[in-house]
Design a protein around this ligand. Structure first.
Ligand SMILES: CSCCC(=O)C(=O)COP(=O)(O)O
Ligand SMILES: [Zn+2]
Length: 235
């Protein structure tokens, strides 16, 4: 090591010169790798917009990579986001390592964290019209049958697509064609973040689920990694 490098390193280790990384956390979101979470969130949200899932600023995606959680900003057109717009949270301390100026982190953040607390690697929230329609249909069926609103759940079997859904957390393999997929439905709230406690209750009541429907709103889907969350959401 040259003596100059050594002097610089000594200065850095004594914190006499701040690391460039400490001064400017942009390195956390700037990468040429398309699979870097900051790039991946933007690519996924553009695709989800084209499916009609995140229109009108609604919905979003969050990815966990190592100690970091990457989160989209709130109230922006999700299909137009750039990596520089992405927030980075330290999962352990729940403190922000990078906050883009002016923007606020997604209102879905506490719900995304509930999925990460269940070992998810990615959580996707959509306002898919199919998801909203399912919640309306189940609501109608329940009221026709005089059932309690608090116990609503979408159940389906003998449909090819459920073969792409894992049996459950800690369980080996995927559901079979004749298995029954159960997706709990929670009541909507006026503010997204207020959904957190009922989402957590549903996650505990249905420990095998990888999705929770939100009545008259949309769906949260998570998976062990980005690919699994995306494909499970598409089903
Ligand atoms: C018009 S969207 C209302 C809030 C909402 O449901 C949502 O999913 C948006 O979350 P954001 O990430 O934009 O805070
Ligand atoms: Zn929403």
């Amino acid at each position: 090591m040259s003596s100059l490098t050594q002097i610089i390193d000594n200065f850095k280790s004594e914190k006499l010169v701040p690391d460039a990384a400490e001064e400017n956390p942009d390195h956390l979101v700037i990468s040429h790798d398309p699979d870097h979470p900051a790039n991946h969130i933007c690519t996924l949200c553009r695709a989800f917009y084209n499916l009609g899932w995140v229109t009108g600023t609604g919905g979003g995606t969050s990815i966990r990579k190592g100690p970091h959680i990457f989160i989209a900003p709130s109230g922006v057109q999700k299909e137009l986001m750039q990596p520089r717009d992405i927030f980075v949270l330290d999962y352990a301390s729940r403190s922000y390592l990078r906050k883009p100026p002016v923007l606020k982190p997604s209102a879905c953040t506490p719900l995304f964290l509930a999925a990460f607390d269940r070992d998810a690697g990615c959580c996707i929230h959509t306002h898919s019209q199919a998801a909203v329609l399912v919640t309306l249909l189940v609501e109608r069926l329940h009221s026709q049958q005089g059932l309690k609103a608090s116990s609503q759940c979408f159940e389906i079997e003998e449909i090819e697509q459920i073969k792409g859904i894992p049996k459950g957390r800690g369980k080996h393999g995927m559901l079979g064609y004749h298995d029954r997929l159960r997706v709990p439905i929670i009541e909507n709230t006026a503010h997204e973040e207020d959904l957190t406690s009922s989402l957590e209750v549903a996650m505990n009541q249905y420990p095998d689920t990888y999705a929770v429907l939100v009545k008259r709103h949309g769906v949260y889907v998570w998976g062990d990694n980005v690919q699994k969350a995306k494909t499970q959401c598409e089903r």
